[in-house]
Design a protein around this ligand. Structure first.
Ligand code: PLP
Length: 395
């Protein structure tokens, strides 16, 4: 018999009842240290008093009006995102996939409006993840995500991540642009080779292509910069943002330069809920904190400390940990032991990490964790490593 919830997820048998900072509490009031942040979403931890107050205030005033009218929270959040980024304009959506959908449509529409409607294809990368809509599964290209869902949406040419020559070879007269995650998260935290993203920028400029960044996972401070493109020393033309921007409230955004957005005239795109007053209250409150002087410096500092601890851990437990990957607080441990079992053992120590392909455990803690949380995390990681080593010795 089909369960009441459509069985598309493999869920752990835990239900959380409340959260406080980087901690979650289950129904029995057991406390877990959450280094998954709901898959890189709860950027400021759980029940942050400032976010709670902002949402409470908005909830008592107005929830929803639709985009038939001006939404002042949207105007404020867009202005702030523009001031803090390369962008000149913003579209608000409700999720990462929706933000990427808008980015794909915008890239196609740019060429249409430029008199080249035949240029609709995007170069994408193996291992990419852009969401679960029909277009975003086609862009991601994963056979597992596409299987059984009929003809793949046309217009995506996938090449190996980091292979610039393959990008050049895949580019043709129908190519509209390149869609890329500055660090691939879901596939196991892939950082591209040095200079790769910059070469993509130069190539796009030379060939009249749009550079589209998917910063749904990397954006809003996750890598230690507000956006990962800053570290790469370039600016994209279009950028999808999601996850951390709402601090746990469903929110996505598609940012673009004026030039790239030129095809998106009234009637070309829309969303009933996108940018509703509640989501805007959450987004503005998140930015109030993330843009505070020193916030991102602290993210980089705590990341440095975590990476040091993890390097030591890997050196001491070589039979369990193969490699540490990532930037900022988007970190991955590639393991020699099955990642799913490792995550289950971490859970036994009341510690939450997130899986990724390539046998990787991702550590994506809230951005405002402190040194004591890093220490607590390390204790759980050491215990999990030790338990695998003990088992191996016993065999
Ligand atoms: N893009 C990237 C890089 C992601 O990591 C994700 C989600 O994991 C998405 C897009 C899709 O976001 P959502 O699940 O909010 O639709």
């Amino acid at each position: 018999m089909i369960p009441p919830l459509l069985p598309t997820y493999n869920r752990a048998d835990i239900a959380f009842d409340r959260g406080e900072g980087p901690y979650l509490f289950d129904e029995k009031n057991e406390r877990y240290l959450d280094f998954g942040s709901g898959i890189a979403v709860s950027a400021l931890g759980h029940a942050h008093p400032y976010l709670v107050a902002a949402l409470r205030e908005q909830a008592g005033k107005l929830w929803h009006t639709s985009n038939l009218y001006r939404v002042l929270g949207q105007e404020r959040l867009a202005k702030r995102l523009i001031e803090a980024s390369f962008a000149d304009t913003v579209f608000f959506a409700n999720s990462g996939a929706e933000a990427v959908e808008c980015a794909i449509k915008m890239a196609r529409r740019f060429h249409y409006a430029s008199g080249a409607p035949e240029r609709y294809r995007l170069i994408t990368f193996e291992g990419a993840f852009h969401g679960r809509t029909l277009a975003t599964i086609a862009a991601g290209g994963s056979a597992q995500c596409l299987e059984g869902f009929g003809p793949k949406v046309e217009g995506f040419d996938s090449v190996p991540f980091g292979d610039f020559d393959a990008v050049v070879r895949a580019t043709g007269p129908e190519t509209a642009g390149i869609l890329v995650e500055p660090i691939q998260g879901e596939v196991g935290v892939h950082v591209p080779p040095p200079g790769f993203l910059k070469r993509l920028r130069e190539f796009c400029d030379a060939r009249g292509l749009l550079l589209v960044f998917d910063e749904v996972q990397t954006g809003i401070g996750r890598t230690g910069r507000l956006f990962a493109y800053e570290e790469a020393g370039l600016v994209p033309d279009i950028m999808a943002v999601g996850k951390g921007i709402g601090g746990g409230f469903p929110l996505g955004a598609c940012l673009a330069s004026e030039r790239a957005a030129k095809g998106m005239i009234p009637g070309t795109h829309g969303s009933t809920y996108g940018g509703n007053p509640l989501a805007m209250a959450a987004g503005n409150a998140v930015l109030d904190i993330v843009l505070e002087a020193g916030f991102l410096d602290r993210v980089r500092m705590i990341s440095g400390s975590m990476q040091q601890h993890l390097a030591m851990l890997a050196a001491e437990h070589r039979s369990v940990i193969a490699e540490i990957r990532g930037r900022g607080l988007l970190l991955g441990l590639r393991l020699h032991v099955p990642a799913a079992s490792f995550i289950a053992r971490l859970r036994e120590s009341r510690f939450l990490g997130v899986g990724a392909t390539e046998n990787v455990v991702r550590l994506l803690p809230p951005l405002n964790i402190e040194e004591r949380h890093v220490k607590e995390a390390m204790a759980a990681l050491v215990a999990a490593c030790a338990s695998f080593e003990t088992e191996r010795k016993a065999v």
